[in-house]
Design a protein around this ligand. Structure first.
Ligand SMILES: *Cc1c(COP(=O)(O)O)cnc(C)c1O
Length: 381
C-alpha cells in the first residue's frame, strides 16, 4: 500500500500556531494554585457568551454532559417529564441520542434531508405525538440547522429547542434565533458545545459548554454540574460532577478568539473541493443559503452507486495516498446498544446516507493546494 501522503487530521498541527500561548496559559494555571473553578472558568464563560451573543455560558466537562445537563435541568425545573419525546435527527453522532435516553426522555429519530444532511424540516409533523415536548436540531458537519419551517413548528407546538452545536462553533444562521442571536448554539432555548480536541475549536482534553438566554436554566445546569449544590455543602438536587477544568478553560481562552480564522481556513479548503471535484456520481455538500451558515467541521461528500461502492472508493483513495474518515458509518439506531431497544419509523434516508458519506481532510494539516490535489485524485479514480 502506498504511504499516506494526505493525513486526515493532525492535532499537533492544529495546535501548532498557538503553542507558545498555550504553554504560557498552562503555566499560569499551574502557578495559580487554583485547579477547580475560579477566574479561568469565569473568563472563558464571559468570552464564550459574548462571542455567541447570549447572556449565559456554563463551562462543563464535555459536549455530551452539556446536552445531558440541559435536559436534566429542564426536568428538575418541571419543564420536561421523563417519558416526554424529543425529536432528534437519526443521522447524528450517538451523543445526541445518549443524552436524551440518559435523561429518561424518548428520542424520536427523524430523517435528514439528503441535500443538507441536516434534519428535514419539511417533515417534522410526521414525528409529532401528544408527548412531543422538545426538539434537538444538530448542526451536522458545521452546517446550521435553522429555518422558518423549524421555527414555525416549534412555535406551533410550543417545543423546547436544545441545539447540538458541538460541530458548529462560530457558524451563523441566516435568520435570528428565538432570542435574537444568530449564532449556532444561541438560537434556541439552550445550546450545547463541545471542545473535544478534534472540533473546530479544540481543548487539550475534554471540555464542553452550555449557552442559553435563560438564567434559571443556566443556574440549574451549574448546580447539577456541581453535585447539585447551589452553594457549598447545600445540595438541592442529586447532581453530578461535570465541571470544566481551569486548565482547559485556559487553553480555550487562547483558541476561542481565533474561531473565525480557524473556520475561514476550513472554508478555503471546502471551496477548493467544491470547485474542483467533478466526477459523475459524487455529490459535494450543498450550502443552502450562504457561507456564514457553515463552518466545515467535516467536509462530507457522497459516493453514490453511480460511482461504485463507498468502501471500495475509500480504499482506492487510501491507495492513492489520501486518508479519509466516515461520520458516521453506523447510525445510532443500528448500534448494538440501541438496535433492539430503540423504537423508530423506517429510516431509509439515514441508512442510505450512512452508506454513501465520506469525510475528506479539511483540518489545519491540509492546505488549500492539498485539497485541490485530493479533488483531482478523486476525479481520476
Ligand atoms: C462531538 C459531539 C458531541 C459530544 O461532544 P463530546 O465533547 O465529545 O462529549 C455531541 N454531538 C455531536 C454532534 C458531536 O459531534
Amino acid at each position: 500500500m502506498q504511504e499516506i501522503k494526505y493525513q486526515f487530521l493532525s492535532l499537533a498541527e492544529a495546535n501548532e500556531p498557538y503553542l507558545d500561548e498555550l504553554r504560557h496559559a498552562a503555566c499560569r494555571v499551574i502557578d495559580s494554585g487554583r485547579y477547580i473553578g475560579g477566574q479561568e472558568i469565569e473568563a472563558f464563560e464571559t468570552q464564550l457568551a459574548a462571542m455567541l451573543r447570549a447572556p449565559h455560558a456554563v463551562a462543563v466537562s464535555n459536549g455530551l454532559d452539556a446536552l445531558r445537563l440541559v435536559l436534566r435541568s429542564w426536568i428538575a425545573l418541571g419543564r420536561l417529564t421523563p417519558g416526554d419525546e424529543v425529536i432528534v435527527p437519526a443521522n447524528t453522532y450517538i451523543a445526541s441520542v445518549l443524552a436524551i435516553v440518559d435523561a429518561g426522555l424518548r428520542p424520536v429519530l427523524a430523517e435528514p434531508s439528503p441535500d443538507t444532511m441536516n434534519l428535514d424540516t419539511g417533515r417534522l409533523e410526521e414525528y409529532l405525538t401528544p408527548r412531543t415536548r422538545a426538539i434537538m436540531p444538530v448542526h451536522l458537519y458545521g452546517l446550521v440547522c435553522w429555518d422558518t419551517a423549524l421555527t414555525d413548528f416549534v412555535a406551533r407546538h410550543r417545543l423546547l429547542v436544545i441545539e447540538d452545536a458541538a460541530q458548529a462553533i462560530g457558524a451563523r444562521a441566516l435568520m435570528p434565533g428565538l432570542f435574537g442571536s444568530e449564532m449556532a448554539g444561541a438560537l434556541g432555548h439552550a445550546g450545547a458545545l463541545s471542545f473535544y480536541p478534534t472540533k473546530n475549536v479544540g481543548a487539550l482534553g475534554d471540555a464542553g459548554a452550555i449557552v442559553t438566554h435563560d438564567e434559571e436554566l443556566a443556574r440549574m445546569a451549574r448546580t447539577l454540574a456541581n453535585y447539585g449544590a447551589d452553594r457549598r455543602y447545600h445540595n438541592i438536587e442529586a447532581g453530578f460532577n461535570c465541571r470544566m477544568d481551569p486548565i482547559q478553560a485556559a487553553m480555550l481562552g487562547v483558541k476561542l478568539p481565533h474561531t473565525a480564522e480557524e473556520n475561514a481556513d476550513r472554508f478555503a479548503k471546502a471551496l477548493a473541493y467544491i470547485r474542483t471535484i467533478d466526477r459523475p456520481g459524487i455529490i459535494t455538500p450543498a450550502i443552502p443559503g450562504g457561507v456564514v451558515e457553515h463552518v466545515w467541521h467535516q467536509f462530507v461528500i457522497r459516493i453514490t452507486s453511480d460511482c461504485g461502492n463507498r468502501d471500495d472508493f475509500q480504499q482506492r483513495l487510501a491507495r492513492a495516498g489520501v486518508a479519509t474518515d466516515i461520520h458516521y458509518a453506523v447510525p445510532p439506531h443500528l448500534q448494538p446498544c440501541f438496535k433492539d431497544s430503540l423504537p423508530h419509523a423506517p429510516l431509509p434516508v439515514t441508512e442510505r446516507l450512512a452508506s454513501e458519506i465520506l469525510s475528506l481532510p479539511v483540518g489545519r494539516g491540509t492546505s488549500v493546494k492539498d485539497a485541490a490535489d485530493i479533488a483531482r485524485i478523486i476525479n481520476t479514480l
